[in-house]
Design a protein around this ligand. Sequence first.
Ligand code: ADP
Ligand code: MG
Length: 709
Amino acid sequence: MSFERFFNPKSVAIVGASRQKGKVGYEILTNMITAGYKGKIFPVNPKSDTVEGLKCYPDLKSIGEIPDLVIIVVPAKVVPAIMQQCAKAGAKSVIIITAGFKEVGKEGKELEEQIIQIARVAGIRIIGPNCLGLIAPANNLNASFGGDLPAAGSIGYLSQSGALMAAILDMAKGQGIGFSKLVSIGNKADIDELDIIKALADDPDTKVIAGYLESITDGSSFVREAEQISHDKPILLMKSGGTEAGAKAASSHTGSLAGSETAYESAFARAGIIRCDSIKQQFDYAEAIALQPLPKGPNVAVVTNAGGVGIMAVDAIERQGLAIAKLTDETIKKLSAKLPPAANLHNPIDILGDALADRYEFALDAVLDDPNVNTVLVLLTPQAMTESAAIAETVVKVAKQKPTRRDGASRSPAKPVIACFLGAGKIEKGKQILQEGRIPQIDSPESAVETIKVLSDYVRWRSRPKRVVKLFPVNRRKVENIIERHLRQDILEIGETESKEILEAYGFVTPKGAIATTAEQAANIAEQLGYPVVLKIWSPDILHKSDVGGVKVGLASEQEVKDAFDLMMYRVPKKQPEANILGVLVQEMCSTGKEVILGMNRDPHFGPLMMFGMGGIMVEVLKDVSFYLAPLTSEEAKQMLINTRTYQMLKGVRGQEGVDIDAIAEGLQRVSQLVTEFPQIKEMDINPYMVGPKGTTPVAVDARIGLEK
Ligand code: ADP
Ligand code: MG
């Protein structure tokens, strides 16, 4: 849909405009006027003839023309009637500021449904209700009661909280941060976060999209579309509030380990969305993106007038996994020609406490020219002779000269310059000059480095290879039959035998074995399998067999098998008397390998969430697991392994042979394919998935599959 009528309306009607100070209808009207809105304003209020010097209309129809945008500020109960007026008058774009809808309970919800109904029939699009409104500084449009019109800039902002938007406006004003558009989305009765993100993506004035969200209406389309958009425009989001449904008690390992925020984290990672934990972080990142070019790589050069602060920055660079740029000999030569002998010519470049603007100038110039440098961080502490204003001017000048050098040669690519002037009073003027000169000023070396890290991660994400999800040849029909049979009988937990059949249909190898109901039978099966064997209690009621003494491994003889059988059949019923015990599974013993877990938990918003981690019976204790949304590419599967501490062990440590990493990644991709093809699978895990050295085939030793209708 087009947002032209919202972002750049030629006329605006304010239904509920008021001459009474302090009323929302007054604030919006005066905000519209004060912002210098160039279009026509039509106040609508049957109780007045004029407001603020403007002719006031009794209703929408009597205006005599269709306003591009209608802002509604009348009490909730009256809103449906006004919506009917909008429909009759032919208005198509409406902002409902009024609160008292879904957010207050049943009655409000019914009112909200009424207005949606009217809008659908009439083809009206709504922002809100229960919102602060919309601001488009470049169009002098302040259709909000949030505060004064902020400066025009290139950050497009959307907020699910009106109060937070008001705070952001206030903070931004103090820091001179500019916006392209600000939209408060309120209850999202019609237009939701994704609609606004798409509108900002299409908006030529918006260079970076930022926002605050509490919920996402449609998880899968959000991920799909945001991934496309972030490719061109970075998206920075703050997100609060967990997904209760996703965090509900789960019986699988994966379900119990997936926190309420895990799915959001994975979804944001997939979509390239930069998650921010605070408003300050969001502003730091957004400003850096809005004002500067993106870095082409991870190499940072630090120019400082204080050694200690330089070291702090360098420590942060290392901690964040960025690189301290190694300067070329040519750069070192240039620096040594002009800097005093005591200066440090290597990164961090310490131009000493008595540095004036000239030293900053040639140091910055030299590092910006250095091909090994991707980003420049300028640090300043206000020492006795420091002229922060003059230095700020120099930083602005040198950074602006890029990408063209004074000698005419092109300095490409353009490089971001980030400033961190430490202090308060003494650097106030300097900060202001930086701000006006479009140099992001970040108030600590750590935050500055963190910002650089976020930028370079984003650039890396953007250049990642195209996602290709491999499809393995599988026996889909077989799985379909098993699942349908279970669901028909209302059985939501697939038993061990059939779980194995499902896994085999998707290319997994499972251990051979059979059920015994007597010790004699158990010994016979063991004989056929070959020693050693494993005995496991066989009961649909026992989820974790080891917990009740229901697993015995390494049984090497007939006698051991018989003894283990008797002991198990004697002990387990004592531990879990209500369990229906059907016998004992005699299983071939897998030769030693490492135990990992492959799992999935279906998130109600984002779909199947894959898990990988250290397996075995300690998985819940160690919690060394990683998550990602299915379907997985082989790179993503591999990355899931790398994201755990277990990975180091799997690769092999201290002379110990590693295991077949690719085979594990393939296992994850196969589970990913299974759960993508069968949305009826609600959760599952293979634990342990036993993996051996490279070239061996892993075995799915134990598995659980849970269904939902
Ligand atoms: P549960 O998870 O219900 O306790 P498992 O079948 O996963 O039962 O067995 C528990 C542990 O016993 C496994 O993590 C593994 O260490 C070991 N184990 C089970 N079956 C085998 C097998 N066939 N070969 C080797 N080790 C096994
Ligand atoms: Mg297990």
